[in-house]
Design a protein around this ligand. Structure first.
Ligand code: C2E
Ligand code: CA
Ligand code: CA
Ligand code: CA
Length: 275
């Protein structure tokens, strides 16, 4: 039994070793991807529920891996975050999305996700300020999305960065609202302009009275606090109709449009639709 135990440990060590090697390999490849030309930006429209016009696009990064094809963020962002590569990756995303935005006419925002590590980086605000100047993009058109994990891990530093981004003229959205723990206190203590209601609530609103009550209450609370709401993950017409009725301001999801490459974005999208 003792020998067997040792073998199991040896196997276990090997497995850990293999996982660590795999991680290092992905890290090396990701570094090359950022420097090379393998990252891609996808954009998902956000619809204004009063006018049915597209009011914003959320920027979502992809990795066009030479062998594995187009990878979604869940396949590489955790490694980017742990290794610190999220910083060069994040700056690549900000720089390229602002540059691409210059090409499109229309009165819409662009929403960029920022992680804990990015919000902590002393270069973040000066770099964004500089990019806004060089691209000539009006800061009012730029929104940054953070989850409450930024505030849990880094309350005061997070608040400082938020304030400085808002001082530049950009707006802030609280992402994935309702998935964490003490969300309500964040609404009072941090200067958010928008709340993004997590997909988990939206999925349930057609079947569950409770989910409808929660979404309706979040919309009213946001109103009372002078904030706007965006419902995430809208997948059918019924959900969209309910979200309108419940007083949400904007909606995003596959029913409205899937994330798409910049080249697929047409000028006609900025006109109102009948959705
Ligand atoms: P997120 O910020 O919550 O982004 C929305 C995610 O929901 C996207 O996944 C989008 O494709 C997906 N989605 C949109 N509509 C629907 C729908 O109707 N149904 C369903 N089932 N899903 C929908 P994606 O692109 O895989 O991104 C995953 C996460 O990766 C994002 O979640 C965001 O937290 C992070 N992320 C993406 N791009 C960046 C980036 O450039 N920087 C940072 N720091 N994080 C990023
Ligand atoms: Ca987001
Ligand atoms: Ca989200
Ligand atoms: Ca409202």
């Amino acid at each position: 039994a003792k020998a067997k135990g040792r073998d199991e440990f040896a196997l276990f060590d090997e497995a850990i070793d293999r996982a660590a090697r795999k991680r290092r390999q992905i890290e090396t490849e990701l570094r090359q991807a950022i420097e090379g030309d393998q990252l891609r930006l996808y954009y998902q429209p956000i619809m204004d529920l009063d006018s049915s016009a597209i009011s914003a696009f959320e920027v979502l990064v992809r990795w066009n891996h030479p062998r594995r094809g187009l990878l979604t963020p869940d396949e590489f962002l955790p490694i980017a975050e742990d290794s610190g590569l999220i910083l060069p990756l994040g700056y690549w995303v900000i720089r390229n999305s602002l540059n691409e935005l210059r090409e499109w006419d229309g009165d819409f925002r662009i929403a960029i996700n920022l992680s804990v590590t990015q919000m902590r980086d002393a270069q973040l605000v000066p770099t964004i300020r500089e990019l806004l100047v060089t691209t000539g993009i009006a800061p009012e058109r730029v929104e940054f999305e953070i989850t409450e994990s930024v505030l849990i891990r880094d309350g005061d530093a997070g608040l400082g960065t938020m304030r400085r981004l808002r001082d530049l003229g950009a707006s802030m959205a609280l992402d994935d609202f309702g998935t964490g723990y003490s969300s309500l206190s964040y609404l009072r203590s941090y200067p958010f302009d928008r709340i993004k209601i997590d997909r988990n609530f939206v999925v349930d609103i057609t079947a569950s009275e409770e989910a409808r009550a929660i979404v309706g209450t979040i919309a009213q609370l946001a109103d009372a606090l002078g904030m706007y709401t965006i419902a995430e993950g809208v997948e059918n017409a019924e959900q969209l109709a309910l979200l309108r009725k419940l007083g949400c301001d904007e909606a995003q999801g596959f029913f409205i449009q899937k994330p798409m490459a910049g080249a697929e974005i047409d000028q006609h999208m900025f006109e109102a639709t009948d959705a």
